[in-house]
Ligand binder design. Structure first.
Ligand code: FES
Ligand SMILES: [Fe+2]
Length: 399
């Protein structure tokens, strides 16, 4: 087949439309604004792991759907979430990424709040007597917060459907691993990626790109028959796998991985499984360590990636060091997996940004086994449902 001229290059191949995604979904500012309104604001989002807030009044700050938020453990042990803005003139209350604040005092005029969101002090409050301003009406805006398997989920929409209905069973593969409450966060990082948020999620949904990673070619792609790899489509855009098997002996330096530290509960050292939660998170476990991603869209072409690592509570220092090594072998800044995914996501973005490439193809169908693109198609089917736009032809918006 010859190279294509301009017209042919811009014309998608004649395949079912669900096998195509237009490049404009990564670049169009109007689509990005719609995503914030239609996908991120009403939906559930994974905020953190409860072990990141071990003590009363521990907090973490983060952004979601353009809103500054913070989670905090109150004096009764409950994790709550609030908009990180003062009731007075809106100043950001907490600026550090994490900390401990029994009393949250705004730097600007020193109004104070407690960890249940009540406004507990207004300096020289008598100055408001004439206006009738009442401190009891000045609490923080609380955000719906629920915990499953130690994972803290939030939604900006107080009328959003129940979390369990929204998750549609996508956490099930992790119940044996996380259900006993014996894991804790051992790693946290934030990276700024020069790509659209969906491009990062695609690296978690796309099994076919095992071909890119030398480490996955040697430890994963050929470790079990493709027909025995079962892909799960849960609905609501969530997808993942059941138990898969890695073979670490095939990669120099990884041999013996797992025999040197206890595996996570309910699993074994060779076990590999993942769930991608629409829209913004992914959970991956690899026998001895877990990784949790959350993407925070900044602009059409910039995304913050929050990455957490989970290990076993009560590790000895020596075991914890081994667990860090296992995490970093794949997912650390010099690991053999995540940095390559970043390169790939940014490489696609570079083409779509100026429409050098017009669409991508997600048409692999292997009957929910092997390297099927079904997880990508289910992600974009949910995207289309919420956006009222087709992913293969997002302009104009269908009636
Ligand atoms: S803006 Fe917070 S006390 Fe004034
Ligand atoms: Fe990858």
């Amino acid at each position: 087949m010859a190279a294509r001229d301009a017209s042919a290059w811009e014309t998608p191949p004649p395949i079912p439309p669900e096998g195509l995604v237009s490049g404009t979904v990564y670049t169009d500012p109007a689509i990005f604004a719609d995503e914030m309104e239609r996908i991120f604001t009403p939906g559930w989002r994974l905020a953190c792991h409860e072990s990141e807030l071990p003590e009363p009044y521990d907090y973490r700050t983060f952004d979601h759907a353009g809103q500054p938020l913070f989670c905090i453990r109150d004096g009764d042990g409950q994790i709550r979430t609030f908009i990180n803005a003062c009731s007075h003139r809106g100043a950001r209350l907490l600026s550090d990424p994490a900390g401990n604040a029994r009393r949250i005092t705004c730097f600007y005029h020193h109004w104070s709040y407690d960890a249940k969101g009540s406004c507990i002090a207004v300096p020289r409050a008598e100055g408001y007597a004439a206006s009738g301003l009442d401190r009891s009406t000045l609490g923080l805006r609380e955000i719906r917060t629920e915990i499953r398997l130690g994972l803290v989920f939030i939604t900006m929409d107080s009328t959003a459907e129940a979390l369990d209905k929204s998750l549609a069973g996508a956490l099930a593969p992790f119940e044996p691993i996380m259900g006993g409450g014996s894991l804790e966060a051992i790693h946290f990082s934030r990276s700024l990626l020069n790509c659209n948020w969906k491009a990062w999620q695609e690296t978690n949904l796309d099994l076919y790109h095992e071909n890119m990673h030398v480490v996955l070619r040697k430890t994963q792609r050929d470790a079990m028959p493709m027909a025995d790899r079962h892909i799960r489509i849960y609905g609501n855009g969530h997808a993942g796998s059941g138990k898969m098997v890695a073979a670490y002996g095939g990669y120099q330096g990884f041999a013996g991985r797992g025999s040197d530290v206890p595996p996570l509960p309910g699993t074994d050292a060779a076990d590999f499984r993942f769930s991608v939660l629409f829209p913004s998170s992914a959970i991956l476990s690899r026998g001895t360590v877990m990784r949790i991603d959350t993407v925070i869209p900044v602009s059409p072409s910039q995304t913050i990636l929050e990455m957490r690592g989970l290990g076993l509570k009560g590790d000895t220092d020596a075991d914890r060091r081994v667990r860090y090594r296992h995490f970093n072998q794949y997912w650390g800044p010099m690991g053999r997996n995540v940095p390559e995914d970043m390169f790939a996501a940014e490489a696609c973005e570079a083409s779509f940004r100026h429409q050098a490439a017009r669409y991508q193809i997600i048409a692999r169908d292997e009957g929910l086994t092997g390297q099927d693109d079904a997880p990508l198609r289910s992600f974009y089917a949910e995207w289309a449902r919420l956006m009222h736009r087709d992913a293969h032809a997002p302009h104009p918006v269908p009636a």
